[in-house]
Design a protein around this ligand. Sequence first.
Ligand SMILES: [Fe+2]
Length: 212
Amino acid sequence: MRRHPLTRRDLLLKGVALGSVTVGPALTVSDSLAAWQSEEAAARKPTAWNELGPFYKRKAPSNPNLRQPGDPGLPVSVSGRVFDTKGSALRAAKLEIWQADHQGHYDLDGYRYRATLTAGSSGEYAFTSVMPGHYPARVCQHIHYVVTAPGCKPLTTQLYFATDPVFEGDPARNYTRDPLIQSAGLVRPVTLTGDPKEVVAAVSFEIVLERL
Ligand SMILES: [Fe+2]
């Protein structure tokens, strides 16, 4: 990638001097520079921790299609990016994901609904699955995550769905109905996509790791 020898301040001052950048009458050059720098920094809040639970298994396969053709249950498509708290994308972050099937059963003998994914060059990841079922020991539907990246603290967390009937349509108010959910940010909006023959619940879940 081409490197810029000038600092942002130099660039801004040069731009103003040459007329390629105009600072509005209500702003000073310092105001503009501060806003530019803070926008570049894009600080992000670390993703909340959530417990590991008893059903984790190491060395799940790397196939991102957890849902196989004909699997019962509402198809789910999860995607997101992995960042550090400074907003830098964590390429090659490792995401271990596991969940119950649509009836709330975990595969303890094999690796159904389990995967180990590697984030792409922009920190992106994606997988397809089915909406996990409820099971007696837990209040809400959820997908487990363990995310690791060099130079960062490992994160154990869980993804929840705003459509979970437990929230009665108002997860911001009702998320504490599951005593394990300490952060409303883990409950993600659901967008229904696809066509009438196959509706897919699409969910975006960004992961932010703290640096060591
Ligand atoms: Fe679980």
